[in-house]
Design a protein around this ligand. Structure first.
Ligand SMILES: [Zn+2]
Ligand SMILES: [Zn+2]
Length: 407
């Protein structure tokens, strides 16, 4: 009797444990997991057919109407068949307007000759859009970032700089996810958005930085911060979307934190005609005599960047924005001074590289080496922002998603 009682007690305890485990699985605890939504990345590097897709551990390809198993180690080839895509695995072939290929392990894409192979986590979607091939990689945000951080910051940079970069890239993604709505995607894999190289690009140090900051973004008030970043701010971060610029990127002895960038200071010379043409002016045939040309910075923003320049050639005058001139002459930044040398050579002397706003990548590395934590680094480049889990702005993520055109 006594023994039976103790057996019943064991059962009762087991039953209760079972209930507890079930309850934990069903909701409140699961809601605490980091919010890790799917991101649709347009892989712009894959524009041409045919393509080969290798599925190491086996997987499947599905169209609207059918699902096909792809055996482990098998290569599927995708080619064009009129307005549809033909998928061929071994001796089987099927046509569809859109294919989704998925597998547990990363999928490898290569061109028809098997070159330029690159592996991606998550699913691949292949379709023809306006008659052209579009390849989308659909994968969780955290996996996407593992393929971004190593291409946006050297993986050899100190860990706290890499962690700050991971948070900036995550915040940027949350804020800029609508960039490719019209293309039926969230972001692209080029430097138009953030450079993304899939699982092939991942490095141990950058993956550790993504994992150490899982789900964390920057908020200002209740809104996500546009986590822009720049290679080198030149010693003075740009104004970005704010009215005022953050404090100079300089330590107590007046040394720029980003000075270790080998191209921190630069100087470039052009003929006056080159600058005149770059500013949009028509060529008038021959060079004017010395002394008849002039170039000046007319206006700077709160960070000292040239926003407006004026060029004079005899009686003709034209103005150009600093951003435009930077792009057309491939100047590293708009943080420069300009002068005329020997009458007709225009010399730009500046510092930094990139638009200059947000996180300064070389500066983040310099600060980390000087002992600054990830939090200190973020505070320097996004003053007033606070770190918070992405789940705090879940509504922001979902709202933008609802407006997107293609799912
Ligand atoms: Zn883009
Ligand atoms: Zn800097």
């Amino acid at each position: 009797m006594h023994r039976l009682f103790s057996i019943m007690r064991v059962f009762a305890v087991l039953w209760m444990w079972g209930l507890l485990v079930l309850a934990a699985y069903l909701s409140p605890v699961r809601a605490q997991e980091p919010f890790n939504p799917l991101v649709r990345v347009w892989l712009t590097r894959w524009q041409n057919l045919p393509l080969q897709i290798t599925v190491e551990t086996g997987g499947r390809a599905s169209s609207k109407f059918a699902i096909y198993d792809i055996p482990a180690g098998e290569t599927a080839s995708v080619e064009r068949d009129g307005t549809r895509l033909a998928l061929r695995v071994a001796d089987r072939s099927a046509q569809a307007e859109e294919w989704v290929i998925e597998s547990e392990a990363p999928l490898a894409i290569a061109d028809a000759q098997g070159n330029n192979r690159r592996a991606y986590r998550g699913k691949l979607m292949l379709r023809l859009r306006h008659g052209r091939l579009q390849v989308l990689n659909i994968l969780p945000l955290e996996d996407y970032l593992r393929g971004v951080v190593p291409l946006e910051m050297p993986p050899s940079f100190p860990l706290d700089a890499l962690k700050a970069q991971a948070i900036a890239a995550r915040s940027w993604t949350v804020r800029n996810r609508h960039k490719h709505e019209r293309d039926g995607a969230d972001v692209c894999d080029s430097n138009h958005c953030q450079v993304y190289g899939g699982a092939s690009a991942e490095r141990e140090s950058t993956t550790a930085a993504v994992q150490a900051t899982t789900g964390m973004i920057l908020l200002q008030g209740d809104l996500s911060v546009d986590g822009v970043y720049t290679a080198d701010c030149g010693g003075q971060p740009g104004v970005g979307n704010n009215a005022t610029a953050p404090p100079p990127d300089r330590d107590g002895s007046g040394r720029d934190y980003c000075v270790d960038n080998p191209q921190h200071y630069w100087s470039l010379g052009f003929t006056f005609s080159e600058v005149w043409r770059a500013a949009g002016g028509k060529e008038s045939g021959q060079e004017p005599p010395n002394g008849e040309v002039d170039v000046q910075v007319m206006q700077t923003d709160g960070s000292g960047r040239a926003t407006r320049l004026r060029l004079r050639r005899g009686d003709a005058v034209q103005e150009v924005s600093g951003v435009q001139l930077r792009r057309r002459l491939a100047l590293p930044s708009t943080l420069f001074r300009v002068r005329l040398e020997q009458g007709t050579t225009v010399v730009f002397e500046g510092s930094g590289s990139g638009h200059g706003s947000g996180l300064c990548q070389w500066g983040a590395a310099g600060r980390a080496r000087a002992g600054h934590s990830m939090e200190d680094i973020l505070q320097a480049y996004y003053p007033g922002a606070r770190m918070a889990p992405l789940s705090e702005v879940i509504w922001e993520w979902r709202r933008a998603r609802k407006n997107s055109s293609v799912r």
